[in-house]
Ligand binder design. Structure first.
Ligand code: NDP
Length: 298
């Protein structure tokens, strides 16, 4: 391996600590802890793990973090009423509704009910519009984590060629806009893109957000590039025993690490950064909602 490993876990931990300091400062001024409400609808096992981790890390960083669980058969009206109540609750600075929602609920309608100033996942249409318009606002967590890791690795990103593979509203599109904000030259690839290997070979920064295990081999990587692997894929791992599985990214790690300058592992790369950015957004929201400056923020 020639690439430097980007240790997302350690970087996220350092951010959590700074968030903790900022939370303590804010708490002194507003006389309560910054509040994060995490809504979990249904019983999806992966969502339960994600929500537990978010609540645990927010609590550890000194926030008042509450998990609100609702059954999978909740009506859309009741889900929207719940979000409205949280919008009006002055002790709640950030609201996150864990995706995916049960099929009978219009996820867009629920998300877009969130007060944009409490939208710590950065997924409402207003937050997306603010990002597109270059206005201040809460940015989607996973793409914000990608940019921060790229800056930590490479410093100033001005003029870098970025290839984002994937065009979802959750990762690909906002990642492209955030790198554009950093004066990068951005290309977005997707399932209909022609000559993906050729585009990869020109990318100084490659963001892989596809959801296909190890689809990007090392010989597509530009020598010295920064590889940010967002993909989380569970695959069979017979070497660990019968019925065992392991997590892999969208990038074939070993061969890519032999070519790249920097690379994120899966797990332990982008994943931990997503929660760190959620906590950072919650602090930003708490500060902004209470008219405080954000100089202490990480
Ligand atoms: P989506 O399924 O919404 O989007 C996947 C994108 O990949 C689509 O734009 C699709 O193109 C594109 N794509 C599919 N096949 C190919 C291909 N052969 N070549 C090029 N592009 C292709 O996924 P998400 O954006 O929600 O998530 C992507 C991955 O990131 C998943 O593995 C997910 O688990 C992971 N993830 C990780 C997070 C973290 O915290 N680390 C957070 C969020 C997601 P098209 O639009 O044409 O269909």
């Amino acid at each position: 391996m020639t690439a430097s490993l980007i240790d997302g876990k350690a970087i996220a931990q350092a951010i959590d600590e700074k968030v903790g300091q900022a939370a303590a400062q804010i708490a002194k001024v507003i006389d309560r802890k910054p509040g994060l409400a995490v809504v979990l609808i249904g019983e999806d096992p992966a969502s339960q793990v994600y929500v537990r981790n978010k609540v645990r890390r927010a609590t550890a960083a000194g926030m008042a973090s509450t998990e609100i669980r609702k059954p999978a058969d909740i009506t859309q009206e009741d889900a929207i009423s719940l979000v409205r109540r949280l919008n009006e609750d002055p002790t709640v600075d950030g609201i996150l509704v864990q995706m995916p929602l049960p099929g009978h609920i219009d996820a867009g309608a629920v998300i877009n009910t969130i007060d944009p100033d409490k939208d710590v996942d950065g997924l409402t249409a207003i937050s997306a519009g603010r990002l597109l318009g270059g206005e201040p606002g809460l940015r989607p967590c996973t793409p914000a984590g990608c940019v921060l890791l790229a800056e930590q690795a490479m410093g100033d990103l001005t003029g870098k060629n970025v290839l984002v593979i994937g065009r979802s509203i959750l990762v690909g599109k906002p990642a492209a806009l955030l790198f554009l904000e950093k004066n990068c030259t951005v290309t977005i690839a997707h399932s209909r893109t022609k000559d993906l290997p050729g585009l990869c070979r020109q990318a100084d920064i490659l963001v892989a957000a596809v959801g296909r295990p190890e689809m990007i081999p090392g010989d597509w990587i530009k020598p010295g590039a920064c590889v940010l692997d967002v993909g989380i894929n569970r695959v069979e791992a017979p070497e660990k025993g019968e019925d065992k599985t392991r997590l892999v990214g969208d990038v074939a790690f070993d061969s890519a690490a032999a070519k790249a300058g920097w690379i994120t592992p899966v797990p332990g790369g982008i994943g931990p950064m997503t929660i760190a950015m959620l906590l950072r957004n919650t602090i930003s929201a708490a500060a902004a909602r209470n008219g405080l400056t954000q100089t202490a923020l990480p």
